[in-house]
Ligand binder design. Structure first.
Ligand SMILES: NC(=O)c1ccc[n+]([C@@H]2O[C@H](COP(=O)([O-])OP(=O)(O)OC[C@H]3O[C@@H](n4cnc5c(N)ncnc54)[C@H](OP(=O)(O)O)[C@@H]3O)[C@@H](O)[C@H]2O)c1
Length: 260
């Protein structure tokens, strides 16, 4: 049974933990918090409003104390904390699903270097849901076909989200064959919307993805954890979901069925 820990027990991390508790094939063994957190030393079951489940919440420097160490940590903590904690996890041969966003280029480079130095595995996933990865693939195809159209990306999130634009919007923009304008909305409790608009002189196309529950993040994170637990190297969600392979198989099938 795959043993998982969750780091960053905030809005998203707690939902991830709740989801993992209901999965038959994995064991949630611990939560990780900041050094001065009021959650430190508490039980994760209790923190979730459930019974005592003997799932300790500790700071990553206390991993030695754990009776059962995780094989993979899913990280939804602030990016500075995630970068600081990564070597502590790697020292204990724990792989990472890095869902934290907002890393600057230099921080991302450091994270990759640490991963290689410790010979561990990481999925770097600012775009953790399956749906948003499909949005990216479809946007790339549409941008290639409609190669004279302007591209605008609009992302919407809740008003507590600190990074602007979102990690997914940056990744989406970088994946497209030409420059795209990115617009960000921060309002109320919006969980996450990403839209690509391709606008020509006479028509437009919109490709849109909306997460209406944080469970969408949890499903993606679990898929990534199962993928990375026995690997070393640096991966992204397109590797986890194998979307390029699915697309090439689809194209071969379509070309076979239309061949005369
Ligand atoms: N990849 C995706 O698709 C995706 C989706 C949603 C969110 N995210 C990202 O996930 C991150 C968290 O988002 P959120 O909305 O859940 O934020 P949040 O509610 O502020 O939660 C972050 C939590 O991290 C904890 N934390 C702070 N320092 C820590 C440390 N040193 N070690 C461990 N935990 C620490 C904090 O609690 P304590 O101080 O009590 O420990 C806090 O509750 C953001 O970067 C966000 O952009 C990514």
């Amino acid at each position: 049974m795959l043993k998982i820990g969750v780091s960053g027990l905030g809005r998203t991390g707690l939902e991830i933990a709740r989801f993992l508790l209901n999965q038959p094939d994995i064991k949630l063994v611990c939560g990780f918090c900041s050094p001065n957190s009021s959650k430190r030393g508490r039980d994760l079951g209790e923190l979730l409003g459930l019974s005592q489940l003997n799932i300790p919440i500790i700071h990553p420097q206390e991993i030695e104390l754990l009776e059962e160490k995780p094989q993979v940590v899913i990280d939804f903590s602030p990016h500075e904390a995630a970068l600081e904690n990564a070597p502590l996890f790697y020292e204990h041969k724990i792989n990472l699903v890095m869902a934290s966003t907002g890393f600057h280029d230099l921080e991302l480079k450091k994270l990759k270097n640490i991963t290689l130095k410790y010979n561990r595995g990481i999925v770097i996933a600012p775009n953790i849901t399956k749906g948003v990865n499909v949005l990216m693939l479809l946007s790339q195809i549409a941008a290639d076909i409609l190669n004279s159209y302007d591209i605008e990306i609009i992302e919407q999130h809740h008003n507590k989200k600190v990074d602007i634009p979102s990690g997914t919007a940056i990744k989406l923009a970088n994946s497209l064959p030409r420059e795209a304008q990115v617009h960000a909305v921060r309002a109320g409790g919006i969980i996450g919307v990403h839209k690509t608009m391709l606008v020509g002189q006479y028509d437009k196309i919109e490709i849109s993805h909306e997460s209406f529950s944080r469970t969408a993040f949890a499903e993606g994170a679990l898929t990534a954890a199962k993928f990375i637990h026995n690997k070393s190297g640096i991966f992204e969600m397109n590797h986890v979901l194998d979307l390029n392979n699915i697309l090439s198989k689809y194209l071969i099938e379509v070309s076979d069925s239309t061949a005369v």
